[in-house]
Ligand binder design. Structure first.
Ligand code: F0G
Length: 458
């Protein structure tokens, strides 16, 4: 029999209690956190959709790997296991372990960056942009126009605009392009996938211009599943084979293993070119650690090697993508404006459409983030003008393209009834929408302000 219900393809062996809180208590906690959920204590959160990063539940096999972890400073067996797995997946000969994605970013972008350099991406993730800009270089996002319209249906809204790519390379001069970075799936653009067709075309443009192509591959298994489902030529390939085909197009890859490698901490930089790998290895040793552990414990590397195998299990990927879609489609049916089609790791709500009465400089996304926490203890993150907004010379806000709120789903952590609870909450969010007010920022740092900014309710 063919079942309609896709069940969680795992049993639960160990549980983590959730502390229930009341709306009155949450009011106090949120005020103390200056209306910024990043400043909440996790014990005051009921459903934590802040991120899918480092929040996965590890498998029994990974926990067994944790015990087997070899903590030798040099030549650890666990490093060999990780290196073998990453090389087999990426096809790249030089693998540098790092403690997380942004450590790999700092190494490669501080080397390739600097004043006069330009980096081009479908959408740079916030830490990617920050590392590039910190080096003095500029970062340009060129996702296709369809990717900026939240209600438009398109199978690959994470694709890069190829004409713009060629034009920018021409305008800036190929020698001034630090790298082209293809982010799969396109996290800041709604978790939308990138097609193989687009990746091939990008790679051809990069090769013709001798520009370096890097994959930001932290959700490449999810991206590969979308390719398998939506791109005919790949229907009979496994998701792992599709990932390998995409790696084959690139000169290097940066991975935050905290996503699709199912670990709580870890990352790597994978490169093809020896000279580039040597330069990066120098920075690795100075700032992260020796070449056979980077910033990682042996046990982390062991769990990472196992996680990279588990993530491509077809039953897991089907459950993962279909359960995210389940949440998104139920919110859509309720009338909540969500980014369509639903992406891989998260559901993105269009706060500008939900709260059309709140101007962008009063941060409609932050208003929704606060409402979700107050009503139900659900923690989410604003991906809009709080995260990406800039100021002009008069200190007026230059807003982001979109005002999104992300509900990122940790891998293998929540069950269907948790998801039903979230859907119920949104019914009330919709009812109260016209009454909700915006926020102003009262304190902010120079970089990555969303992490620590303070807000006040207007
Ligand atoms: N690139 C992408 C596309 C990411 O989503 C992230 C992290 C990074 C790089 C940096 O990796 O956190 O290991 O240093 N994204 C997390 C998120 C934080 O919530 O989306 P990291």
């Amino acid at each position: 029999m063919k079942h309609k219900t896709i069940i969680e393809p795992f049993k639960i062996k160990s549980v983590e209690p959730i502390k229930m809180t009341t709306e009155e208590e949450r009011m106090i906690y949120l005020k103390a956190a200056h209306y910024n959920p990043f400043l909440l204590e996790s014990k005051h959160v009921i459903i934590d959709f802040l991120t899918d990063s480092g929040t996965s539940a590890m498998s029994a096999e990974q926990w067994a790997g944790i015990m087997r972890g070899d903590e030798s400073y040099a030549g650890s067996v666990s490093w060999k296991n990780m290196e073998t797995e990453v090389t087999s997946l990426t096809g790249m000969p030089f693998i540098l372990p790092t403690h997380q994605g942004r450590a790999a970013e700092r190494i490669i972008y501080s080397h390739l960056g600097g004043k006069e350099k330009t980096f081009i991406s479908n959408t740079h993730f916030d830490t990617t942009r920050a590392n590039i800009e910190f080096s003095g270089a500029e970062a340009i996002d060129i996702v296709i126009d369809e990717g900026k319209d939240t209600s438009l249906i398109h199978p690959f809204k994470g694709n890069m605009n190829l004409e713009k790519l060629s034009q920018i390379i021409k305008d800036k001069g190929a020698e001034n392009i630090g790298a082209v970075i293809l982010t799969v799936t396109n996290n800041s653009g709604g978790g939308q996938p990138v097609s193989m067709e687009n990746a091939i075309a990008i790679s051809e443009i990069c090769k013709a211009n001798k520009v370096l192509l890097l994959l930001d591959c932290c959700r490449i298994a999810e991206n590969s599943y979308f390719i398998k489902m939506r791109e005919k030529a790949y229907a009979n390939k496994s998701s792992r084979e599709i990932a390998q085909a995409m790696f084959a197009l690139a000169d290097g890859a940066v991975m935050s293993a905290k996503k699709d490698a199912l670990v709580n901490m870890g990352g790597f930089l994978a490169l093809r070119d020896k000279a580039l790998a040597d330069a990066c290895t120098n920075l690795l040793i100075i700032t992260e650690g020796f070449t056979t552990y980077g910033g990682l414990s042996g046990r982390d590397m062991e769990a990472l090697a196992i996680g990279l195998q588990e993530i491509f299990d077809p039953h897991y990927l089907e459950y993962r993508i279909k359960s995210t879609t389940y949440l998104g489609e139920h919110l859509h049916k309720l009338g909540i404006p969500v980014m369509l089609p639903i992406g891989g790791h998260a559901v993105y709500v269009d706060a500008k459409k939900l709260y059309p009465h709140i101007p962008v400089d009063q941060y409609p996304g932050q208003a929704l983030v606060c409402e979700l926490y107050l009503k139900a203890g659900i923690r989410t993150v604003e991906i809009g003008s709080v995260m990406f907004g800039k100021y002009d010379d008069d200190h007026d806000l230059i807003p982001a393209n979109m005002e999104l709120v992300r509900l990122a789903i940790p891998r293998r952590v929540y069950t269907q009834s948790h998801i039903e609870y979230v859907i119920e909450t949104f019914a009330e969010i919709l009812q109260d929408a016209p009454k909700i007010k915006g926020y102003k920022i009262t304190q902010e740092p120079q970089y990555l302000r969303h992490f620590t900014a303070h807000f006040e309710k207007l």
